[in-house]
Write a protein that binds this ligand. Structure first.
Ligand SMILES: [Zn+2]
Length: 354
């Protein structure tokens, strides 16, 4: 109450790079919405790789990367209610339940005009380049808000924007996955990996999964994967070829990077390697001949556009998809949430509520 009176809010504030213990749950100035912006009362947010990097710094040389100006508040996923709107905002009103599309883009360049917001020449994202949703309030462009139907829970909505929009982009747009086809999902227990299993199964594809813990492999199979492999047990492409009678899979979802050689060898002729990250290393060695001689291709898909976002959110709104959620913490336990994310103990998204 006192914080609200003083235009303050509680937030998970990062003052410097370090372990989870550098995050401080403390009072911070509440932001004000500018022209075209809305102030959102955050009800739920969720952790992504970006949140871990905002705190720890990237694990090695990363392109593109700009060191943040501390203190920062991370958090790209956000579901909540509109608390106030800035000048010139039409289409959303205070009290409305919303979910945020976190991409920030100019709206003017050729890529934006073509509807490819994430290819914008001036691309940013809420929670990395602006203060994010690990707080009681966040400011974002009003045009980025999608109304949230009354029957949809904030927790489920907040689990989806970054991970599920990215997974949709990888499978449906970049991967051009068809119902009769097959896909290998690496990092199967993570946010994007678990999303990819659910979306690929829903698309009618046969799913193979790779995950480093037996718990994650078991849950991947419960979630719809036909079989799962431990990538540390040997070259996983040999396992994939055995599973597919020597053919290989049509799409590999690879958020890991260091795995490219094995991912490429897992592909059928004409197969697509789709890439949204390089969490295990961004300088893989691989043989270029193994790409072009088999008509294979490599596609970058760091995040999806507005259409991808609305397509995937509508699956939730229509009750056709429920995101995999590992754990829900109150924001005051943000340190424990980061520790859980780094442990790789769970399966699916870690959500924080206010
Ligand atoms: Zn643009």
């Amino acid at each position: 109450m006192e914080a609200a009176l003083l235009n303050m809010m509680y937030a998970a504030v990062i003052h410097r790079h370090g372990g989870p213990e550098v995050i401080s749950y403390e009072e911070f100035a509440r932001p004000e919405p500018g022209p075209g912006e809305a102030l959102i009362r955050v009800r739920a947010t969720s952790l992504n790789r970006l949140d871990l990097w905002a705190r720890s710094g990237p694990p090695g040389p990363v392109f593109p990367w700009k060191e943040p100006d501390f203190p920062i508040i991370s958090g790209s996923d956000c579901a909540g209610e509109v608390a106030a709107v800035g000048p010139g905002v039409a289409g959303v009103r205070p009290g409305q339940r919303v979910v945020l599309y976190p991409s920030l883009y100019c709206g003017q360049c050729a890529y934006c005009q073509a509807g490819e917001q994430t290819q914008c020449l001036d691309y940013h994202i809420v929670g990395e380049h602006t203060h994010g949703a690990m707080a009681e309030y966040v400011v974002a462009p009003a045009a980025n808000l999608l109304p949230l139907p009354d029957h949809v829970h904030f927790v489920e909505a907040a689990a989806m924007p970054v991970a599920y929009t990215t997974a949709w982009r990888m499978l449906v747009v970049a991967g051009n996955l068809r119902p009769s086809q097959s896909v290998l999902v690496l990092g199967a227990g993570g946010g994007v990996g678990s999303a990819a299993i659910l979306l690929a199964r829903r698309a009618g594809a046969t799913v193979y999964a790779a995950a480093s813990t037996s718990l994650r492999r078991d849950v991947a199979i419960e979630t719809g994967a036909k079989a799962a492999v431990d990538p540390a047990a040997g070259p996983f492409s040999e396992w994939v070829l055995t599973q597919t009678s020597g053919r290989g899979v049509d799409v590999v979802v690879d958020p890991l990077g260091a795995t490219w050689q094995e991912s490429i060898r897992s592909l059928a002729r004409g197969g697509r390697l789709v890439v949204c990250g390089a969490t295990l290393g961004n300088r893989p060695e691989f043989d270029i001949r193994e790409v072009y001689q088999r008509h294979r291709s490599i596609h970058g898909a760091p995040m999806g556009n507005w259409t991808d976002f609305t397509n995937v959110m509508n699956l939730l709104f229509r009750g056709e998809l429920s995101p995999a959620i590992d754990h829900v913490y109150p924001l005051s336990q943000v340190v424990a949430a980061h520790r859980r994310a780094e442990s790789r103990d769970g399966f699916g998204k870690i959500v924080l509520t206010m």
